[in-house]
Ligand binder design. Sequence first.
Ligand code: G3P
Length: 217
Amino acid sequence: MKFFIDTANLDQIREAQERGVLDGVTTNPSLMAKEGITGKENIMNHYKAICEIVDGDVSAEVIATDFEGMVREGEELAALNPQIVVKLPMIKDGIKACKYFSDKGVKTNVTLVFSAGQALIAAKAGATYMSPFIGRLDDVSTDGLGLISEIRLIYDNYGFKTQILAASIRHTMHIMDCAKIGADVMTGPLKAIDGLLNHPLTDIGLAKFLADFKKGN
Ligand code: G3P
C-alpha cells in the first residue's frame, strides 16, 4: 500500500518524507489556498518545491471545468516535473481529459469520486489513480469503506490497472480498514500515519528493556 500525504504544507511534507515511508503527495485547490498560495506563478513554484522534497507522485489539480481548459492546464502542470500527476474532477469533460492524458502517457488522478459507477468510468478512461473521498461519505452517514470494497471488486473483476487512492482519510483506523479491503494507496494527514506507530505495550516493553540494561551496566 502506498502512503501519500494530503497537504500543501511544505513543513508537513518534509516531516512526512523524513519518516522514510512516504510515496507521494496529493493537493487540491482548498489545500493550496489554506497555505496562502495564490496566483499562477506561486502555485506552479509551489508544485515544483513539493517535487523537490518528495521522490514520488505529486497530484496537482486543474481549475478549469471544460475539456480544452483542462488539457491546457494539465499540460502546463505535467511539464513542471515528471512526478506531477494531473488531477481532474469526476465530470464529463474531466473523463474526456483523463482519456486524452492517459493516451499520451501522462499520469492522472480522477478526484471527487463518490460512487462505484464513477470509479468504473474513471478506470475505462485509463486513470492512473482514482480518488474516492471516504471521510466525506462518512460525514453524510454513507459507508465510505463500503465504497472502496465495491470498487475493489469491480476493478478485480476486469483487471483494471487504475489504482484505488482512498482519499479524505480522517484517522488511523481508516488507513487500516483501507489496507484490509485492498486500497492501493491512501492519502491522509501525517497525524493519521503517525497513529500507526503507537502501542502502549511497545512503550512499556522498551522502558523495561532500557531499565534492565541499566541494572546490568
Ligand atoms: O485531497 C482530497 C481529499 O483527501 C480531501 O479530504 O478531508 O477535505 O475531505 P477532506
